[in-house]
Design a protein around this ligand. Structure first.
Ligand code: DX5
Ligand code: ZN
Length: 225
């Protein structure tokens, strides 16, 4: 059952980019399940990070699935290049593109998982029509753009709504990913809502050891029965 799936996806945004390859290896050895890649263009969000060449280089250091979270306008212009660079999952913000359905189809045609992202103020019902086609929903629990922000607890209210929509549409297989402000203190409570993929940036790469940080996060990702 997919509700039993619990995966930790460290976001390299809070890593040390002078030795990010080593840090990814360390995260992988500590039990990271997915590597979350925050791509920002300075237009969709007020910050700029990295793009395809960086992902292509990182592809050489890890066999873990790469989850590209595209915070860019007109993602359709670049999805193929992100896939060529090594992304295995691609999520985009629906208000960043005109033809979401076409984009999902294009991503899936290349055997890559397709996800849509809900910003904190974006209601769940905006995905009512696209839900039939996607593989996962990424719920932002901070405003996109920066690592190290404070978790917005009200977004948790969207999860029962999303689960209801999943039931109504027969898409209980959809994975739910949460991103922003997840840490060792709140991951247990958040996992009680039935989340499948937990993104954590500063809680993994901020202070302390990556290994210990991941261990504590994983111990507290509880499976709901
Ligand atoms: C924010 C990004 C997040 C963020 C996570 O726009 O999508 O992935 O970097 O970082 P933390 O866990 O520090 O909030
Ligand atoms: Zn992200």
């Amino acid at each position: 059952m997919d509700s039993q799936i619990k995966l930790l996806a460290p976001s390299i945004l809070s890593g040390d980019f002078s030795r990010i390859g080593e840090q990814i290896k360390e995260a992988e050895e500590a039990g990271a399940d997915i590597i979350h890649l925050d791509v920002m263009d300075g237009r969709y969000v007020p910050n700029i990070t990295f793009g395809m060449p960086v992902i292509k280089s990182l592809r050489k250091v890890s066999d873990l699935p790469f989850d590209a979270h595209l915070m860019i306008v007109e993602p359709e212009k670049y999805v193929d290049e992100f896939i060529d660079a090594g992304a295995n999952m691609i999520s985009f913000h629906m208000d960043a593109t005109i033809h979401s359905h076409r984009l999902v189809e294009r991503i899936k045609k290349r055997d890559v998982k397709a996800g849509v992202v809900l910003n904190p103020a974006t209601p769940v019902n905006t995905i009512e029509e696209i839900i039939h086609y996607i593989d996962y929903v990424l719920i932002m629990s901070v405003n996109p753009g920066f690592g190290g922000q404070k978790f917005i607890p009200e977004v948790l209210g969207k999860i029962p709504k999303l689960k209801r929509l999943m039931e109504e549409t027969g898409r209980t297989d959809l994975l739910i990913e949460i991103d922003g402000g997840i840490n060792q203190n709140n991951i247990r409570e958040v996992s009680e809502y039935g989340i499948n993929i937990f993104v954590a940036g500063s809680a993994v790469f901020g202070k302390g050891s990556i290994k210990e940080n991941i261990k504590v996060l994983k111990e507290n990702m509880i499976v709901m029965v």
